[in-house]
Ligand binder design. Structure first.
Ligand SMILES: *Cc1c(COP(=O)(O)O)cnc(C)c1O
Length: 370
């Protein structure tokens, strides 16, 4: 270790060991690297239709105001969310993406003596926020790619202060039933905060419809997180929110930065909430694209994990990384999931009909020529 590297020894222990989150490759980066002109990205579960017209108009209208600090309380957006979901504004925490809410809850509740329970193959941000504050991650083995709630409950001890559940889960797309989830939350000790990450809530079909907000009155230790990054098509603006008891929201709001949400994100999210047409179209295009991709997998004799989200995990029955790289060379960015202990899978975000077609043709070409 040379002199400049000694600075690493000064970082807190968890950070010294921390492996940063690896995001999907940006389109511009691949275009630069390979000199390709037509790159498509099916790697970060973004909305292939883009933002809705109402959000765009709100952003346009707010552009001249960006010299001013945003409303740090997010008054208007909180009003709109409170109305839509029939909660009180005191139950809402706004975050710079819902990732920030995950970080706030870790910072507010964890110390190096405490433990956090989450599932194998669960969202990669849970271990990062846990490790950054020096707490101990306890990973419960997955069941059929999804959360095994019994195994998770067994992993809970008197040291467990936080439990993370992604429903649907990323990257597997698995969905837990509302009944099993409610039973799980009820069985948790009241010394344990339960984070229910519903980043893909809007994609869940009405048959399985989610009623987790009804539980907020019963469980003061429940935090639901949702986002404008996925179905609402505003990932680049960074806007997410938490719903919880007023007391839990108060705690999270104490640790957040005073202006954690930017002015454009606030107005765009508020407008997006009123754009039912765009949301409906998004959900429809997603369902059609899911069918298109899984039909394509069937033709290629590939298996996939049935998904409730806007992405699908496909089993290549061979190492995923070389196929990922071959797809890159054809201008298609998908997501390798080796860090999720799924080395033979790739996660494909559902794109437009044309994007899905380009991807399927590229994949067919690669698998037939390997
Ligand atoms: C994408 C995602 C998020 C959050 O994304 P933000 O852009 O920070 O709101 C949270 N949880 C899961 C499971 C996700 O896939």
């Amino acid at each position: 270790m040379n002199n400049t590297d000694k600075i690493y020894n000064l970082a807190v222990a968890g950070v010294q060991q921390l492996i940063p989150y690896k995001a999907g490759k940006p389109i511009e980066e691949l275009e630069r690297e390979l000199g390709l002109a037509q790159v498509i990205k099916l790697a970060s579960n973004e909305n292939p239709l883009g933002p809705g017209k109402k959000a765009l108009a709100a952003i346009q209208a707010a552009l001249p105001t960006v010299a001013l600090y945003p409303d740090g309380s997010g008054f208007m957006l909180k009003q709109a969310l409170a109305e839509k979901y029939a909660v009180d504004v005191s139950q809402i925490t706004l975050g710079n993406g819902s990732n920030e809410i995950l970080e706030l809850v870790a910072r507010a509740f964890l110390t190096p003596e405490l433990e956090v329970v989450f599932s194998q193959h669960a969202f990669a941000v849970y271990p990062i926020v846990t490790q950054a504050v020096g707490a101990t991650a306890v990973v419960a083995p997955a069941l059929n790619y999804g959360h095994d709630l019994d195994a998770m409950l067994q992993a809970v001890t008197e040291k467990t202060r936080l439990v993370f559940i992604a429903n649907p889960n990323n990257p597997t797309g698995t969905l837990l039933s509302q009944a099993s989830l409610e039973r799980f939350i009820r069985a948790l000790p009241d010394t344990c905060v339960c984070v229910l990450d519903e980043a893909y809530f809007e994609f869940v079909s009405s048959i399985d419809s989610i009623n987790s907000i009804d539980w907020l009155n019963k469980f003061p230790n429940l935090l639901i997180t949702r986002t404008f990054s996925k179905a609402y098509g505003l990932a680049g603006l960074r806007m997410g929110y938490g719903l919880s008891s007023p007391q839990l929201a108060d705690i999270l709001n104490r640790v957040r930065q005073p202006f954690n949400n930017n002015a454009l994100a606030l107005v765009a999210a508020e407008a997006a909430l009123t754009d039912d047409e765009h949301l409906q179209q998004t959900v429809t295009v997603n369902a059609q694209g899911m069918q298109q991709l899984t039909d394509g997998f069937k033709t290629l004799c590939l298996e996939w994990v049935p998904s409730a989200g806007n992405f699908v995990l496909v089993d290549l029955k061979q190492a995923g990384l070389p196929v990922y790289e071959a797809l890159l060379r054809k201008g298609v960015i998908v997501r390798p999931v080796g860090v999720y202990e799924l080395p033979n899978h790739l996660r494909i975000s559902i794109g437009t009909k044309e994007e899905n077609q380009v991807f399927l043709e590229a994949l067919t070409d690669i698998l037939v020529n390997v």
